[in-house]
Design a protein around this ligand. Sequence first.
Ligand SMILES: NC(=O)c1ccc[n+]([C@@H]2O[C@H](COP(=O)([O-])OP(=O)(O)OC[C@H]3O[C@@H](n4cnc5c(N)ncnc54)[C@H](O)[C@@H]3O)[C@@H](O)[C@H]2O)c1
Ligand SMILES: O=P(O)(O)OC[C@@H](O)[C@@H](O)[C@H](O)[C@H](O)CO
Length: 492
Amino acid sequence: MTQLSQANLSRLQIEVPEYDRSTVRPAVVHFGVGGFHRAHQAIYLDAILSSGDLGWGIVGVGVMPADRAARDAAHAQDCLYTLVTTDPQGEQTAKVVGSIVDYLYAPDDPTKVVEVLASPSTLIVSLTITEGGYGVNDVTGRFEPSDELTLSDLASTEIPRSVLGLLTEGLRLRRERGIAPFTVVSCDNIQGNGHVARTALTTFAREKSADLADWIAAEVSFPCSMVDRITPVTTDETRQSLFNSYQVEDRWPVRSESYLQWVLEDNFPLGRPDLAAVGVQLVEDVEPYELMKLRLLNASHQAMSYLGILAGYNWVHDVCRDPDFVAFLSRYMHTEAIPTLRPVPGVDLDAYCNQLLARFGSEAVRDTLARQVVDASERLPKFLLPVLREQLDTGGAIDCCTLVLASWSLYLEAHTDADAPELVDRRKDDLLQAVLQESTNPGALLDFAPVFGELGTNERLRSNYVALRAQLLSQGARALLSTWAGSANQTR
Ligand SMILES: NC(=O)c1ccc[n+]([C@@H]2O[C@H](COP(=O)([O-])OP(=O)(O)OC[C@H]3O[C@@H](n4cnc5c(N)ncnc54)[C@H](O)[C@@H]3O)[C@@H](O)[C@H]2O)c1
Ligand SMILES: O=P(O)(O)OC[C@@H](O)[C@@H](O)[C@H](O)[C@H](O)CO
């Protein structure tokens, strides 16, 4: 058994960083060092460091109370961690990643975070702070934050605590000191993530100083990106299995599929590492790639999860090995999502969909439906509702999207029981209130404007939803999807 640390690297039987970590110079500050950052961007930068360019180390920053555990784990093992990937054949590979060279928990010393942001050596700030971290309303596109840290920073002149507050203060100091601003790269699953980051930061900054906001709007670059690697939540089972397979004791491991993709707009005024050399696709327009990924991959996660839970499943791979669910997902992809996409340079969409179904079906990735349904009220509007809106506008098929909404509604209804487990959604009280109205006002959930905007007034959607919800209630998810799959076979 070997405890992971810099001093113990040579004793490990798995791949470890060969570069001299003591000479790595940090140039990237990353907010939200969760599983995904460590399985994705930190891996690309680890490859850059391994290529001999030691100028691109990462300083991780956490701002949320839950990030205390990451701080403790990171500090206990010199910010090293193990990534275990599994390929479609179930083959596992483990490697220790060295690109994160420091971890700052902002509440411990927010001034230090601001000074790192203001330092001329910081060239890029990247973000994986979840969809909820930006405070930009999906329906209106306006900055309407609701998280406690951002709201308290907006109201106070004290040292900031939120990501937007810290970035604004760091940029204010850079401007005051005559230092050019860093580039902000959002790596969250949000369409136009660079534009959303720009809206969030400039609107926040405007509340502090109009001059500063104008400077940020004119000078800061916010390249958009499409990011992809399925990364389940790290659990004790992840730690135990790493220990059993490789005898590494690691408090902070991460597990993901082997698939890896990053499509990025090339707009880095202060420079960037040679990302193309390590597999990043640098493009002028990320949008076709984003739409493909959000509407096919992320929306399919939504499409399978509420129905899957109603059918009694827990794991993504189990749902995606059930032929009736596979038929449903395939129908969603081909008849509802793909008609809303633009051609994607170099991508065969049929092959992409087949590959997705294979990725979802990989047992070794062990991804849960529970991970997909957290904060559904943030995810459905970003992933699935844009497809539904476009299909309604063009008179296209909407049955699959509507069935997903009906299944969400029954999933919510199950949480109205006093002894049901707690719904994990920041709008949970309003959602449960809305779904309780369904018995007297069919379609009431669709009237919940923060999620659906004006969609509730669409007669075609509403009548379809009411009918499919009733069918789902009377037949159950398994029987209904089996009927759908049966009628699809008959029409072939
Ligand atoms: N996990 C994946 O498969 C995957 C793949 C592609 C993209 N992503 C993107 O990465 C994001 C993070 O995923 P993850 O798997 O790392 O999740 P995670 O829960 O492991 O980490 C999320 C991080 O974001 C921080 N955070 C959450 N809300 C915040 C807020 N309001 N302000 C500041 N920080 C906040 C958390 O404290 C944590 O550090 C996702 O929301 C998604 O947009 C994830
Ligand atoms: O992480 P979210 O909330 O954006 O979405 C949940 C999953 O769909 C997502 O994490 C995927 O696993 C990921 O986007 C794959 O690249």
